[in-house]
Design a protein around this ligand. Structure first.
Ligand SMILES: CC(C)(COP(=O)(O)OP(=O)(O)OC[C@H]1O[C@@H](n2cnc3c(N)ncnc32)[C@H](O)[C@@H]1OP(=O)(O)O)[C@@H](O)C(=O)NCCC(=O)NCCS
Length: 333
């Protein structure tokens, strides 16, 4: 049986930096509150008229990843695209990537697992490679959050957290024993579906019904922040333990931990729990906010660009988010 490994990575974030002070001009918030609770200093938000969307940013990140893999677009056998903020209700953004990159008519699959979207997407790509069906799979996470946020004081608990951006990897067939993706682990608990959600417009409540009630703001994200926090720290830890146990490894074996960038406090809690040093964890939420499906590939790529991931390193990735969903990936670089 084959295994898979990352052969190329890229990320793209919009130029437009939005600081916490910028937000305090839109809503009743302040830099101190945001930094203390979340660690976020600034985020990137797409500027109106720039032409960027989740698919457009995803294609930009993918182009870099393909180039760094030493491949051309025609070498890619399949696309997996994760986003909670796609350009259209349907079709999903995967087909747009195929078109934007002028790729051959390869399959394109859309994954809707929010903050765990990239972990789910990697797991799907890994299975296609393991079976021998595909050799090179493009895996992308991209989000255009800023347009869908309630940027008034009413929405401040959620609006300050999220940023726009995209990250991509090429996952390729691996011939070297003990290298690449060692295992992936996926979970969900749908009884908490509404605790972090955007409920409309949906088939349950389509646009005309929504417009009848001006007080119905269910098209904005809702988050039960404290419940999410409590579950996140438990599930992150479980997912890491599960990945380590499956590979007969211990926390001492971890060279680099890349957590989904939900909140710096969550990452720090997990870091303390696993007794990891600052050099063993990569966080960049301070500069990008929570970019949901894009956060892990952006962080992974940035850590690698900074020389923090080396050949032979054990890299552990974990995510938790809306669904609730959570999961992990264990890789030998
Ligand atoms: C969102 C989060 C930072 C809020 O922190 P919290 O300590 O739970 O804060 P609360 O919602 O209880 O609000 C505390 C106070 O701050 C206020 N507040 C909320 N957002 C604010 C903001 N942006 N600026 C200033 N004050 C704010 C609240 O109104 C509340 O005021 P009150 O005490 O007068 O009622 C925190 O719950 C969290 O990080 N949760 C997990 C989020 C997450 O990771 N989501 C993504 C998962 S993938």
């Amino acid at each position: 049986m084959y295994s898979s490994k990352i052969t190329g990575m890229g990320f793209y974030v919009p130029d437009n930096v939005v600081t916490n002070d910028d937000l305090s001009k839109m809503m009743d918030t302040n830099d101190e509150w945001i930094q203390e609770r979340t660690g976020i200093k600034e985020r990137r938000w797409i500027k109106e008229g720039s032409g960027d969307t989740a698919a457009v940013m995803g294609a930009k990140a993918a182009k870099i990843a393909i180039e760094r893999a030493g491949l051309i677009k025609d070498d890619i056998d399949f696309i997996v695209f994760a986003s909670l903020s796609p350009d259209y209700y349907f079709p999903g953004g995967g087909v747009q990537i195929q078109d934007l990159l002028e790729m051959p008519t390869v399959g394109a699959l859309d994954v809707r697992n929010q903050c765990t979207g990239f972990v789910y997407s990697m797991s799907v790509a890994d299975q296609f490679i393991k079976t021998g069906m595909y050799k090179n799979v493009l895996v992308i996470g991209a989000e255009f959050h800023s347009k869908g946020l309630d940027k008034t004081t009413r929405g401040r608990t959620v609006a300050v957290l999220f940023g726009d951006g995209a990250g991509a990897v090429v996952l390729s067939r691996n011939e070297e024993a003990g290298k690449g993706v060692l295992s992936t682990h996926l979970h969900s608990q749908g009884k908490f579906a509404k605790e972090l959600s955007v409920l409309t417009p949906s088939i349950q409540k389509w646009v005309p019904a929504l417009m009848e009630d001006p007080d119905d703001l269910s098209y904005y994200p809702y988050m039960n922040g404290q419940l999410v926090f409590k579950h996140a720290v438990v599930r992150f830890s479980e997912a890491i333990e599960e990945g380590l146990t499956a590979n007969n490894l211990t926390k001492e074996d971890i060279d680099m931990f890349i957590p989904h960038q939900a909140n710096l406090r969550i990452s720090q809690f997990v870091q303390r729990r696993f007794k990891l040093s600052d050099d063993q964890v990569y966080n960049n939420i301070m500069y990008y906010g929570n970019t949901t499906a894009a956060s892990i590939p952006i962080a992974l790529c940035e850590a690698w660009e900074k020389g923090k991931i080396k050949e032979g390193d054990l890299v552990v990735i974990a995510a938790f988010g809306s669904g609730f969903t959570w999961g992990s990936i264990v890789m030998r670089w």
